[in-house]
Structures are given as structure tokens and as C-alpha cells.
Design a protein around this ligand. Structure first.
Ligand SMILES: NC(=O)c1ccc[n+]([C@@H]2O[C@H](COP(=O)([O-])OP(=O)(O)OC[C@H]3O[C@@H](n4cnc5c(N)ncnc54)[C@H](OP(=O)(O)O)[C@@H]3O)[C@@H](O)[C@H]2O)c1
Length: 338
């Protein structure tokens, strides 16, 4: 099962709205095939694992390990339980059950009906954790929320904007830490900032220092005060602006969504309807504090550098115990789970 999880992990960020799934086939104590779901619309892990087996007659006496209950419904591809039946695989071992109540248990039911021996709950905690975005989305009907910020050793997230004398960004963290952030962005459905961050920093919000797709860009901008020259307007990719103005601009690329951005539940409800499964919230202070104060977060990733700036925009108030701490070339990275 651990091998299934390791395989599944390869596709992090590429399978939305689908979960991460890996599958391994074992015959007489030896792995004879394995595969994972690489991308939404492409074959599921079970199909890829079966396809990789050279001698398909061995499947008649094999065990299929898979970290999520095989599907029993038609989506973009046929149900996996059919292919398991077709090859008469006698035993299936599962990590997590499908969180979607319409699907949960149906895969197992179908397999048992055909005489397959089924075990589930093996490495359940680890399997649930791997698909925490998918589980949160389906169970809590909101995206999985990751808060991220960088702070100085004296707890500021930016110098005072009035002290800035040019348009350059003051980087708190080092290059390696910033590259890690770009990797994280490639793993999430969307990235969110408050409008003041656009005003002060004019960020790109891309994965330019990493491979992988850019996340969808979301901006909380109640009064539509995004500057006209913002970098986000300069490419052909849509940014979603959440505002509460009776009249919004319209253009052919971006979306202007009318709701109260201060009502984060309303905002998250919109994300759910749009199948946005995860959001990395990258600031600034007011935006992050809003999520913290309403206990709307699942993970926080906080860099602390050795720099001191004496004054500036204070870091969010966040009195939690870090689950893990790591050092990246002098920056301290604390990770928290809610
Ligand atoms: N170190 C880091 O990791 C990091 C990351 C990002 C940004 N920053 C820094 O943070 C600074 C900006 O931070 P900030 O706190 O001033 O602004 P912010 O959080 O970027 O934006 C705040 C503004 O967003 C709007 N907003 C809409 N819905 C909101 C909600 N639910 N909660 C909070 N705000 C909401 C409000 O606009 P209205 O005022 O129009 O109502 C609010 O004033 C920048 O200088 C930037 O350099 C640092």
C-alpha cells in the first residue's frame, strides 16, 4: 500500500478534479505490475497497473492493492470494478473508501458481488492524508486551504509600503525557499491574494521557477481597486476578482464575481461550485488573518528568515505549535496542520 501511495504522489497537482491513486499487482509475493492515475481524463491507476502486467494469466491468482476504493460509476473512463472483474482478479486490498456518499461502498459492493475478496482500511490514515484535498472538498464542500507566508525574524511580512522608494519587491526569504513555493503552487488548484498585495507588490503568482501548471489566480478585491497596470492583466490567462460593487468591468479574459469577499464562507461556497479543490492563500496580512480568525485553514506553511527590518507590516497573529520544522539554506520553514 505504501508503494501505491508513493506512485500516486507523482501526479500531485495534475489530477484535479480526480484524486491521487496508485495501484500495485502482486503475484506469489512479487510485484508484477503497477501504475498510477496521471491526469484527469486519462486511465485510472487500476487500468494502468493491469496494462503493465506482461503475463495477464497471472492476474487470476493476484492481489490488487489500491489506495482508494475502485470506482463503480461511468465518468470520463469506464468503472474500474469492470476491468477487475474482466481479468478475474480474486483479491483487492484498499486504503480509503471513496468520500463521495453517492459512490462510497459501491465499488466494494460490486467487487464482493462478483466473488472478489475485499479488505479495506489498510494504511487508511496515510491514504486519507494523501488525498486530503479531495476528501476536504467532498466532505466539507469547500477547497482545502493552505496558508503560506514569509516573515522576518522580528515578525514582519513586508517593509512599510510608504518606505519603498522603487517598484522592486523586498524578498524576505531566499531563492531556494521561493522555488519551494513555486513547487507548492503547481500542486494546488488555485492561488489567492488580497488586493493590497497586488497594489504593493504587483506579483505574477506563477510557477515560473518550477515545472507544472500555474494555479488559477483569485483576488479578493471588494472595491475593485486593482491597478490597471497589474501584471495579472498582461497575459491571456483568467484571473477571478471577487468584489461587491454594483457595476463591474467586463473583459473577455478575466471574471468579476459579485459576492461579499469579507464573507469567506460565501467565497468558499463559490469555489466549491467551480470545483476548485484547493487554494494556497499567499497573503497579505489582512487576508491571511481573515482565514486564521475564522478557523478556515487546513495547513499553514510559514517561512522565517534571519533578516530583521524593525518596522513594517506585522505578520499574522498565529499562536500554534508547528508540526514540523525544516531549514532551507538559513530560512526556517514551520508547517502546521489544523
Ligand atoms: N511576506 C509574505 O509572505 C507576503 C505575502 C503577500 C503579501 N505580503 C505583503 O502584504 C502586504 C499587503 O498586506 P495587507 O494586509 O495590507 O493586504 P492584503 O491582505 O493583501 O489585502 C487586503 C485587502 O483585501 C481586501 N479584502 C477582501 N476580502 C478580504 C478578506 N476577507 N480579508 C481581508 N482582506 C480582504 C480588502 O480590500 P479593501 O481595502 O478594498 O476593502 C483589504 O484591505 C503587501 O505589502 C505585501 O508586500 C507579504
Amino acid at each position: 500500500m505504501q508503494r501505491c501511495l508513493d506512485l500516486a504522489q507523482h501526479a500531485l497537482g495534475a489530477t484535479y478534479p480526480n484524486p491521487l491513486v496508485g495501484a500495485v499487482l502482486v503475484h506469489q509475493g512479487k510485484i508484477i505490475g503497477e501504475g498510477w492515475h496521471r491526469k484527469a481524463g486519462e486511465p485510472h491507476a487500476e487500468v494502468n497497473a493491469i496494462a503493465s502486467v506482461a503475463d495477464k494469466t497471472q492476474l487470476l491468482k493476484s492481489t490488487l492493492y489500491v489506495n482508494l476504493e475502485p470506482c463503480a460509476h461511468f465518468g470520463k473512463t469506464p468503472p474500474c470494478v469492470y476491468i477487475i472483474k474482466e481479468y478475474k482478479i480474486p483479491r483487492v486490498v484498499i486504503g480509503s473508501l471513496d468520500p463521495n456518499p453517492k459512490v462510497a461502498g459501491k465499488g466494494i459492493q460490486a467487487l464482493k458481488k462478483w466473488g472478489c475478496e475485499v479488505t479495506h482500511g489498510v494504511l487508511k490514515k496515510e491514504s486519507d492524508f494523501l488525498n486530503r484535498r479531495f476528501f476536504t472538498f467532498h466532505k466539507q464542500k469547500r477547497p482545502y486551504l493552505i496558508l503560506k507566508w514569509g516573515q522576518t525574524a522580528d515578525h514582519f511580512i513586508a517593509p512599510d509600503p510608504s518606505d519603498k522608494n522603487d517598484a522592486s519587491i523586498f524578498w524576505i526569504t531566499n531563492l531556494q525557499s521561493r522555488q519551494r513555493v513555486h513547487q507548492w503552487r503547481s500542486q494546488e488548484s488555485a492561488i489567492l491574494v488580497g488586493v493590497q498585495t497586488l497594489v504593493d507588490d504587483n506579483p505574477q503568482l506563477t510557477t515560473r521557477d518550477w515545472k507544472g501548471a500555474d494555479p488559477l489566480r483569485l483576488v479578493l478585491d471588494p472595491n475593485l481597486r486593482t491597478p490597471k497596470n497589474t501584471t495579472l492583466y498582461k497575459d491571456n490567462t483568467a484571473t477571478y476578482f471577487f468584489h461587491k460593487q454594483p457595476k463591474a468591468p467586463s473583459d473577455s479574459i478575466n471574471r468579476y464575481i459579485f459576492l461579499n469577499p469579507y464573507n469567506l464562507r460565501e467565497f468558499l461556497g463559490f469555489c466549491y461550485t467551480e470545483e476548485i479543490q484547493s487554494v494556497i492563500v499567499e497573503g497579505g496580512q489582512k487576508t491571511l488573518q481573515g482565514f486564521i480568525d475564522q478557523n478556515l485553514w487546513d495547513e499553514a506553511r510559514v517561512f522565517q528568515s534571519e533578516k530583521k527590518i524593525k518596522k513594517g507590516i506585522p505578520a499574522p497573529v498565529f499562536n500554534k505549535e508547528a508540526t514540523t520544522t525544516e531549514f532551507i539554506n538559513g530560512d526556517q520553514l514551520n508547517s502546521y496542520f489544523n
